[in-house]
Design a protein around this ligand. Structure first.
Ligand code: CTP
Length: 217
């Protein structure tokens, strides 16, 4: 792994605009992806960090590529994946975008129906790129292990890090800083839980796993 030193990390939410002043997105703050990028820089990797809009500082030493929408993130991932030994998709990608972005502000009205169209699945699009160790995240409200293992298989991942969603903005759930609970599942279905750890610490565990798997390969 260390002799093929480039890693690609995505972080933060994607933002899908409805009109010039409104958007749909999610509560991602970018903390996990930015912690992973910092960890990778500290371990000596060349790091490309593709980030949706966040308000935290970029780690020194990482190449920051700013994107807004899921489609832009897909374009950036495809552009930078060549030569990468590892892709860590920590971004919270919006699965849907408004079918149409209004060029003018949508005015107040009695009823507003918005149509959404599916965004591309970024991991799905790069599933067949060979020689890249792929790490995904899974956010679930229940049935964490089974659903995360299905995602690992469907998306052709080597490792998946699963989090349980909270009840919403007030309890923070897996979003933002602080100590969180994680479940890490490998391709063979082996599961490890890491309870009450910071994302900085978790980033270290994830890179330990990536390097261990690379050594074994
Ligand atoms: N992901 C992706 N492209 C998308 C959506 C998600 O590459 N359009 C990636 C995420 O970065 C994450 C993994 O897929 O690493 C799982 O994301 P998650 O939101 O948990 O699952 P989804 O695939 O979106 O499925 P669902 O929302 O139905 O659970």
């Amino acid at each position: 792994m260390k002799n093929r030193k480039k890693v690609l990390i995505t972080a933060g939410p994607t933002v899908e605009e409805l009109d010039p002043v409104r958007y749909i997105s999610n509560y991602s703050t970018g903390t996990m992806g930015y912690s992973l990028a910092r960890e990778a820089v500290n371990r000596g990797y060349e790091v490309a960090l593709i980030s949706g809009p966040v308000s935290i500082p970029a780690p020194h030493g990482a190449k920051l590529v700013k994107v807004t929408t899921a489609r832009e993130m897909l374009g950036a991932v495809k552009k930078h994946i060549g030569g990468s030994s590892c892709l860590v998709m920590a971004a919270a990608v919006c699965d849907f975008a408004p079918a149409k972005r209004s060029a003018t502000k949508i005015k107040k009205r009695a009823r507003l129906v918005i149509q959404f169209t599916p965004n591309p699945d970024i991991l799905g699009e790069v599933k067949d790129v060979p020689g890249v160790f792929k790490v995904g995240f899974a956010l679930e409200t229940g049935g964490l292990f089974g659903k995360a293992l299905c995602k690992l298989k469907a998306k052709g991942l080597d490792l998946i890090v699963a989090n349980k969603a909270g009840r919403g903005r007030k309890d923070g759930g897996p979003f933002g800083a602080g100590k969180k609970d994680f479940m890490v599942i490998s391709r063979d279905g082996r599961k490890r839980t890491r309870m009450g750890v910071t994302k900085e610490k978790m980033a270290g565990y994830i890179f330990d796993d990536i390097e261990k798997a690379a050594e074994a390969a």
